[in-house]
Design a protein around this ligand. Structure first.
Ligand code: C5P
Length: 234
């Protein structure tokens, strides 16, 4: 398998083609952004850490029967993945109130929810990924009815699997974002799962081990990400 030309460069990753039309290489950068790129920075070694964490999480989810884009980790910063057509809808799960949920609805961070919340966002950087619902998805033909049902089913299963997996590492999964892709007519899990895309709080103390440390200038970002990796690798 040979690495070929750069196809796309995003905020935190670069994608390269390979000599296999079904496979691409995802390269994890140290660059980090928040609040829809209004805040930018670099977290030393973040790309290496997130590549390793995401590989472990995708391997775990695959072993539990979730179809994913992940093939294998190639190097410190590179991961081989299936080439998918990304569904332009981000799926967010919330187990406790935090982030934009608190900002929009006026609740206290950390508030318990009677049940988990599923949200959809339209994947459009220029519009700051606005919140949408299933009517928008249908009206705008962003995904078929069947694809939405599949994404919801996988998302709820992934929330259960990851919440248990992380609880065993003394981390509480507060919320996270998923992306899905179309591959040979099927919906599969895509992108990455890492402290950039999840809120992870230490059970008991509520200490944050995720991108909120960058968003709110809390310091020790690399150390927090590294701690998540060492727990995931145990
Ligand atoms: O900012 P908000 O509270 O809506 O984020 C919910 C969860 O989704 C957080 O874990 C955040 O890191 C993740 N997220 C993401 N990419 C986005 C939006 C949110 O990974 N574009």
């Amino acid at each position: 398998m040979e690495k070929r030309e750069k196809i796309y460069e995003g905020k935190a990753k670069i994608v390269y083609s390979t000599d296999d039309p079904d496979l691409i290489i995802q390269y994890f950068k140290d660059d980090t952004t928040a609040f829809n790129a209004a805040k930018r920075g670099t977290v030393i070694n973040k790309g290496i850490i997130n590549n390793k964490i995401s590989a472990k999480v995708f391997e775990f989810l695959s072993s539990e029967g979730i179809p994913t884009q992940y093939e294998q980790r190639l190097s410190d910063r590179e991961m081989l993945i299936k080439r998918v057509e990304i569904v332009p809808v981000e799926v967010i799960v919330r187990n406790k109130a935090a982030g934009s949920f608190c900002r929009i609805l006026g609740f206290e961070e950390g508030m318990e929810l009677a049940s988990h919340v599923l949200e959809f966002c339209y994947k459009r950087d220029d519009l700051n990924d606005p919140l949408i619902n299933e009517y928008h998805i249908r009206a705008l033909n962003l995904a078929s009815e069947e694809e939405v049902e599949t994404m919801k089913r996988y998302t709820i299963k992934i929330n259960e699997l990851m919440s248990t997996f992380l609880a065993n590492l003394n981390l509480e999964l507060i919320d996270f974002k998923l992306e899905f892709g179309r591959y040979k007519g099927e919906i599969i899990l895509a992108d990455e799962i890492s402290p950039d895309t999840c809120r992870l709080w230490e059970v008991g103390t509520g200490e944050k081990f995720d991108k909120d440390r960058f968003r709110h200038d809390m310091g020790d970002i690399e150390e927090a990400y590294q701690e998540v990796l060492s727990r995931v690798e145990k």
